[in-house]
Write a protein that binds this ligand. Structure first.
Ligand code: ASC
Length: 110
């Protein structure tokens, strides 16, 4: 997810030239992947040596809300990327990046 998201970010931030097809392909991958992690945080998955913080399970409703927000922001980014417009991608990128970061800051240890 991070790999493809970073590719879009590089274009949104002007670090690499905008390639509409690459942005659309990566945004599509990110939207698909955004639906997948949640089964891994279900009941009795709070075990093992991971960077997942206990709050994922003790604040499950908040975690689920953050997960939903991220999926909504990523879906918007995908819609934006489908238009082929760099301005649309730029407009949607910040919210998506913020939604990734919010969850990582709260629920992932470094
Ligand atoms: C990435 C990545 C994230 C997000 C986040 C955005 O490329 O791997 O987790 O962007 O850093 O702020």
């Amino acid at each position: 997810m991070g790999n493809h998201f970073t590719r879009i970010g590089a274009m949104a931030n002007g670090r690499v030239p905008f390639d509409a097809a690459v942005a659309a392909s990566s945004a599509n991958v990110v939207e698909t992947l955004s639906k997948l992690p949640w089964e891994g945080f279900g009941p009795s998955t709070d075990k093992g040596d991971t960077r997942a913080k206990p709050e994922i399970w003790t604040e499950k409703a908040k975690f689920d809300e953050a997960a939903k927000t991220m999926q909504a922001e990523v879906a918007k980014l995908n819609q934006a990327a489908k238009t082929g417009s760099l301005d649309a991608v730029k407009a949607a990128f910040g919210g998506a990046a913020q939604s990734c970061k919010a969850c990582h800051d709260a629920y992932r240890s470094n």
